[in-house]
Write a new protein. Sequence first.
Length: 181
Amino acid sequence: MGQIKVSTCPIKGLYVIEPTIHEDSRGYFMETYNQKDMHEAGLDMVFVQDNQSMSVKGVLRGLHYQKQHPQGKLVRVIRGSVFDVAVDLRKDSKSFGKWYGVELSDENKKQFYIPEGFAHGFLVLSETTEFCYKCTDFYHPGDEGGLAWNDPEIGIEWPIEEEMKICLSERDKNWRGIRNY
């Protein structure tokens, strides 16, 4: 019943995934993950953990990564919308330090796959958002790393509305730029 559309992104390893949505007068149905469909699309990752968060408009979570236990993530929004960003931290990559962003929402139902070796973050665009993601490795609290969300060397073009107040965790306020990576 599945079938997914997988689109490559300008940075190698990043993918936008669009599930097939079956709609009728009752609503809709979609498979949010189907290992067979993913494998057929050439995506052979194995997920070991699912996470979910709720955030309000203006919350910016990130840019996070795990140092010794990197995680690939398949992210999606089940309520609201975010601008989701991945920054390439693979030292041998031609796109090291480059970023790619995509809007994920409950309306477009897109998913974003970010492999190991990337920092990840998102900005909440709607009044409230519920964000879900699968990880390829377990979370290790002592293994956290991060980058400043507004590092000019990375130059992420966050879609910050004029009246939007950015809300960061204390940890996220203190991350340094990619030059210190």
